[in-house]
Design a protein around this ligand. Structure first.
Ligand code: PLP
Length: 406
């Protein structure tokens, strides 16, 4: 039984006030709050168990290494990867996608080769490809979303051509809440010999994920959205793809031997993990993912679905508000504008006065904003601990903003 009120007690920050009002935290799409078990793990990591990993033979280094490396298996389990060697630790999705751009794509792509993207990608899944466009002359090919913000998998499949070398696509839009049928896309891309990178930054937070079932080649996650510490993260890389990659970050930990005129590298995944990593951050991420698996991602998804349904009904009742993205099965992420002149930043400032934290801006999704023809939206993004009462608090605060700006 999923008791959201009991679950809320696991997150100490949720009981604080902001501007004299109970905090209603609806900026989860940007970063999620942390349960006490994660906070404790981070504190313990520094207070009692800290040393550098992989290098020392002393007690604390072995302990830290064991806990840090333990997270690899936890991530593999969370993502349904067969083998924990397919998990590369990163500092988040941005680093994971850059790793694919520099270590996999850069050595094999040439001018004229195409990378296929949807128009609703986050900048983290756009700018690394722009960098390759600037350096190599690769071509970015875009697939639009439908009028309701849905992405037809067939439109992506139809856009795959002889020059397509990679499909890089989000599983869940951080702006529209649209869920993408990445499994269908992966199956068709595989038939055409084209690898698929899935940006799982939002998808892994809101639904159970099984990378084997999806059939993707790369799946990137970011720890801070998964209730873990910022600076933690990972990317699943299918072993066949990992074998094709060359390291792009050089330094300690990723080598076997270094001499004046020769260097040999560690086996993957460590080959792609140069330098001292976010030790305690990754340990905290392991604890966060265990917490999620204990709750059950299917139960989290069911709870959020209920919140999404309620929020949609309440927001639909406001005839002066326009929600972007109306696909029936969307996640509990609502980007909206208020009719009239009020800017998204002004709306979010009013909401903040009522203790309601939302995001306002372009949400790192420039091409989508261009496509929608809006400069900025407010975004309320819900998490496993949000309640229907918090949807009501959002609507009350929006009504106030509407009165002020009408
Ligand atoms: N992709 C999506 C869909 C996101 O929502 C985000 C974060 O907002 C990112 C990528 C980038 O994540 P990070 O900044 O943690 O690397």
């Amino acid at each position: 039984m999923y008791d959201v009120h009991e679950i809320r007690k696991d997150f100490p920050i949720l009981s604080r006030e902001v501007n004299g009002k109970p905090l209603v935290y609806l900026d989860n799409g940007a970063s999620a709050q942390k349960p006490q078990v994660v906070i404790d793990a981070v504190t313990r990591g520094y207070a009692e168990e800290y040393a550098n990993v992989h290098r020392g033979l002393h007690y604390l280094s072995n302990l830290a290494t064991e806990k840090y490396e333990g997270t690899r298996g936890i991530i593999a389990r969370f993502l349904g990867a067969k083998n924990e060697d397919e998990i590369v630790f990163t500092s988040g999705t941005t680093m994971g996608i850059n790793l694919v751009a520099y270590s996999w794509a850069m050595p094999r792509l040439q001018a004229g080769d195409e990378i296929l993207l949807s128009v609703m990608e986050h900048h983290a899944n756009i700018v690394p490809w722009h960098l390759l466009r600037e350096r190599l002359g690769v071509v970015l090919k875009w697939v639009d979303v439908d009028a309701d913000g849905g992405l037809d998998p067939q439109a992506v499949i139809d856009a795959i051509g002889p020059k397509t070398k990679l499909v890089a696509i989000t599983q869940l839009s951080n702006v529209l809440g649209t869920v993408v049928d990445v499994k269908t896309i992966c199956a068709a891309a595989r038939d055409r010999g084209v690898p698929v990178l899935v940006d799982g930054s939002q998808g892994a937070v809101h639904m159970p994920v099984d990378v084997e079932d999806i059939g993707c080649d790369f799946y990137a996650i970011t720890g801070h959205k998964l209730y873990g510490p910022s600076g933690s993260g990972a990317i699943y890389i299918k072993s066949a793809r990992m074998a094709e990659m060359q390291p792009f970050l050089g330094g300690g930990d990723m080598i076997r031997e270094v001499h004046k005129d020769v260097v040999t590298y560690a086996d993957p995944p460590m080959k792609f993990e140069a330098g001292t990593p976010g030790i305690v951050q990754q340990i905290g991420l392991g604890v966060a993912l265990d917490y999620l698996m204990d709750l059950g991602m299917d139960k989290v998804a069911a709870h959020e679905h209920q919140i999404a349904t309620y929020a949609r009904a309440r927001l639909d009742g406001l005839n002066w508000l326009t929600v972007q993205g109306t696909t029936p099965d969307k996640a509990a992420i609502f980007s909206f504008t208020l009719d009239g002149a009020a800017h998204a930043h002004d709306i979010s400032t009013i909401l903040d006065k009522k203790g309601v934290a939302v995001r306002a801006g372009h949400h790192c999704a420039g091409p989508l904003m261009d496509h929608l023809g809006v400069a900025a939206t407010c975004r309320a993004s819900f998490a496993l601990y949000n309640t229907e009462a918090e949807v009501d608090a959002l609507v009350d605060a929006l009504e106030l903003a509407h009165e002020l700006f009408a």
